[in-house]
Write a protein that binds this ligand. Structure first.
Ligand code: ZN
Length: 167
């Protein structure tokens, strides 16, 4: 790695927030229910329900800095990513201005789904969620190197992405 490359990597890993030592902070104004951050059995940190949540309710908004396709590629050198793709328009990087939703872990049988409305991403409950349950989302990653999934669900697909099955 040359010096310029090394400095660029340093800036993205350390100066831009969201590095390996990032600790979740939940922004209550983006939450409709009481949530808590804690260590997760799935991966590092997770977000947990602190009270029961009925089905089909907005739970938390996914917020972050709006970035385009090129910037997603530039930031993807980070080891921990908090990027939510909108589609062609670009993405939100939850590492900057994130509501805490960026720490929600992937599960192949999740209890939340994402609903995009007027440029906002709301994470909505797929079913009733009990107090103390970890919130999860299907990241729906397509392509890239295989990412082993440790969600523990009986419906686990084994990988977080489908590198062999681009759609
Ligand atoms: Zn899984």
């Amino acid at each position: 790695m040359d010096a310029e490359h090394e400095l660029t990597a340093f800036v993205r890993e350390v100066v831009i927030p969201g590095g390996p030592d990032a600790v979740p902070r939940i922004e209550p104004r983006h939450c409709r229910f009481r949530l808590a951050a804690d260590l997760s059995p799935i991966h590092r940190w997770g977000i947990f329900a602190d009270e029961p949540i009925p089905a089909r309710r907005r739970v938390i908004e996914y917020t972050g800095a709006r970035i385009d396709r090129d910037e997603v590629a530039r930031r993807s050198v980070r080891t921990h990513l908090y990027i939510f793709w909108f589609g062609q328009q670009g993405a939100l990087d939850g590492a900057i201005g994130g509501s805490g939703a960026e720490f929600i872990n992937h599960c192949c049988d999740p209890n939340l789904y994402a609903r995009v409305a007027r440029g906002h991403i709301h994470l909505v409950s797929r079913r009733r969620i009990e107090a103390g349950e970890e919130l999860t989302l299907d990241y729906r990653i397509v392509g890239g190197a295989p990412l082993r999934c440790r969600c523990g669900s009986p419906l686990c697909r084994g990988y977080m992405n489908k590198p062999w099955q681009p759609s």
